[in-house]
Design a binder for this molecule. Structure first.
Ligand SMILES: C[S@@+](CC[C@H](N)C(=O)[O-])C[C@H]1O[C@@H](n2cnc3c(N)ncnc32)[C@H](O)[C@@H]1O
Length: 352
């Protein structure tokens, strides 16, 4: 959905410093596309400026910085080096890497000011999935990988800790709430995990799941073992990386603070939890002197004319209600895009 994302980028104006933040830089695909977008825009502006056709306030003097954030030290380092080199000597467009959890960002990370555009491409990267040492994959070729699943080595909990130390009931809840698993199936998997302790490798977890889940189901292929395994791995990954807590922190504190009034935030979600948290933040967060709070639609009172009566201002103005899905051609090239949804909102009026 790169083209769609690029269409939301702000235009560079004369003398203006644009700051763009890629919250999930990963292998740098999106960061690189955004850098190239501004390199091309700069060239176009320069030509038009030379030929005296520049539109009001537009020339090539505005500086653009793309900040690429990732909590993964290992893959983040490679990307930072690659994009840093890639941009060497390019006028007017800069790349800066930040190795940090996006739930801990503040304006100091962007040289003390707010940013104009933020992109989040949530979840785990294909590079991380393919690395045997990380334990994200349930592929039969990687069965001896450690049951880790941390996106950063600084995180305190591994998937093995959850499988070997958490109670059966809590593991069942994790599978249901973070993996969208059926309650009955989740109970069987949690029981099998506890019975097979200690689990050390991804193969041990796959075996614990296969032990209780039929390989395929005629009635419902969704319940086949592969889908079940994928949901269980997703649930554990979300728990290990505290993805719900970090997303809530991102929407309640980080994004309202780091995004300029009128600035744009675009979030690509891939699973129901991520999409629910993003949608609720964009539609239900209100800001008053008491800070940011969530106001559920059902609890909003109406005045005589049917207008909502809520104290404070909306933090976000939704730009694409319902979000956007990937086009068929994109899904054909990249199967991950099938479940992607892009939600975009603008930072509302800021309280003084
Ligand atoms: C889906 S990949 C992004 C791929 C990237 N857009 C690209 O074009 O290559 C998600 C990346 O976000 C990172 N990530 C996930 N949660 C994060 C968090 N809370 N803070 C910082 N980085 C995070 C992961 O380490 C991973 O590299």
């Amino acid at each position: 959905m790169v083209e769609t994302i690029l269409s939301y980028l702000p235009k560079r104006k004369k003398g203006q410093q644009l700051k763009i933040c890629d919250l999930t830089c990963g292998g740098g695909g999106h960061s690189e596309a955004m850098l190239m977008h501004y390199v091309k825009e700069g060239k176009r502006n320069k030509e038009e400026y030379k030929e005296g056709q520049a539109k009001e306030g537009q020339d090539s003097t505005g500086e653009v910085t793309v900040y690429g954030v990732d909590q993964d030290e290992e893959s983040g380092k490679q990307t930072r080096e690659r994009l840093g080199k890639f941009m060497e000597g390019v006028e007017g467009v800069k790349f800066m890497g930040i190795n940090k959890n996006f739930g801990d960002l503040n304006c100091q990370d962007f040289q003390g000011s707010q940013v104009d555009f933020v992109l989040g491409d949530l979840g785990v990267s294909s590079h991380q999935i393919d690395l045997p040492s990380r334990g994200f994959s349930y592929s039969h070729e990687l069965t001896s990988s450690p049951l880790d699943m941390r996106m950063s080595s600084s995180l305190p909990l591994t998937a093995a800790d959850i499988c070997n130390e958490w109670s059966e009931e809590v593991i069942r809840k994790v599978l249901v709430e973070l993996g969208d698993e059926d309650w009955r199936v989740a109970g069987k998997i949690a029981g099998s995990i506890v019975e097979r302790r200690p689990l050390k490798t991804t193969g041990d977890l796959v075996d614990a799941i296969n032990n209780v889940v039929p390989k395929w189901s005629k009635k419902s292929p969704r319940k086949g073992a592969l889908k079940t395994t994928s949901r269980a791995f997703q649930a554990l990954r979300v728990a290990v990386n505290d993805e719900v807590g970090v997303l809530e922190r991102l929407f309640e504190k980080v994004l309202p603070e780091i995004t300029k009034s009128g600035g744009t935030v675009a979030v690509l979600t891939y699973q129901s939890m991520e999409d629910r948290v993003t949608k609720q933040a964009f539609t239900q967060h209100y800001e008053s002197n008491g800070g940011i709070r969530k106001v559920r639609k059902e609890s909003i009172e109406k005045d005589l004319w049917g207008n909502d009566v809520v104290e404070g201002e909306k933090v976000w103005d939704v730009v694409n209600r319902g979000g956007e899905k990937a086009r068929k051609e994109e899904v054909e090239v990249n199967s991950r895009a099938r479940s992607a949804r892009l939600r975009v909102a603008k930072r509302g009026k800021r309280l003084e």
